[in-house]
Design a protein around this ligand. Sequence first.
Ligand SMILES: [Ca+2]
Length: 416
Amino acid sequence: MFEMTSNSLFRRTAKSGLTALIAATVVAAALLVHMPQAAADAGFRKWINDFYPVAAKSGIKKSTYRKAFKGVREPDPEVLRKARYQPEFKIDTWSYVDRRVHFTTIQTGQEMAKRYARVLSQIEKRYGVHRSVILAIWSVESSYGNVFNYPDRLHYVPRALATLAYADRRRAKFARQQLIAALKILQSGNITTNQLTGSWAGAMGHTQFIPTSYLAYAVDHDGDGRKDIWNSVPDALATAANLLRKNGWRQGKTWGYEVRAPRGASKYKGKSKTLAQWSKLGFKRPNGKSFPRPGEKAVLKMPAGTNGPAFLMLRNFFMIKRYNNSDTYALTVGLLADRIAGYGGLQQNWPKPKGVLSMDERREIQVHLRALGYYRGEIDGRFGDESKNAVKAFQSRSGLTPDGVPSQKLLNTLRR
Ligand SMILES: [Ca+2]
């Protein structure tokens, strides 16, 4: 989740959601053929030395630069590996949403809403962004900060960005800009070198801000004098809210509505009309309710074509896209926010790949297996070895083929 949704990645590559991203991925793969070895790399050291005058023009002191690159001798091989591997390539809208909007993310969001109730109230008051949207962004970006529990997956940002600037032709310009911004952050004293961590593409902290976004929007909400999106949840959440507010978030408004599309609706895809006009054309909310503000403008999105739910997106949907320029991302945040706030989920089904179970269905399998004494692991819908072994044990005992696969048939058997 952490790597896949880094806002920098989407911002740089997705002009119209996943399609553009997939196209960009193919290009990226082609450009990354000649990768330097991860051994001590004289070319890389030279690149770092040669880049100092560029950084100096942006006000970076020699002492900051030295400190930033102390001990950095070769490109970060993991950054190069991750730059080559882009899981979006294989993921459809249904899977993307399903992996981020499910029992665990909703429940954790509601727990966090309680834990940070006071801070979230202050943030709502100051920035006018509803707490559930901020919580949903936190979940999608870093699993509510869970990324920090896996320090070996984090990258030292100056090294990661220097690696991309040096070795990834397609991202070089982006990486140079972000590297200068990262050096400014270091120079500002908001964070120490050993805490300046992020994703392979430089997305940092609880809410995965790239360095330039940090410089534009970071705030010190807890008042300790440092804008610390890595260690301070209040700072990170207020920073996300500040980005939305500064881009024009409309307080008290939702992001959009799920609608049932009439026949022939796809010709209106991407069109903007008032909700009253959409109503007239036959677009209805599945719950039968009318639109509370029929004069509002909305854009029709049909992320899964004519076989899935359609949506009329309001201005705030496009504000979420300022965070991360992908329709699928913004829809996911909106749907998760609604669920955290206690509203129901989608009324219409996504066209789900055949035979694939949702996170909640896999979670249900774990619940059954635990109740039957086969499973003692986490109830989270994620199928590691422990879950697979439990499935195998149950299958053997029940006369099924012990393949360990969480299937619909298995779920049906367990339900009985
Ligand atoms: Ca602070």
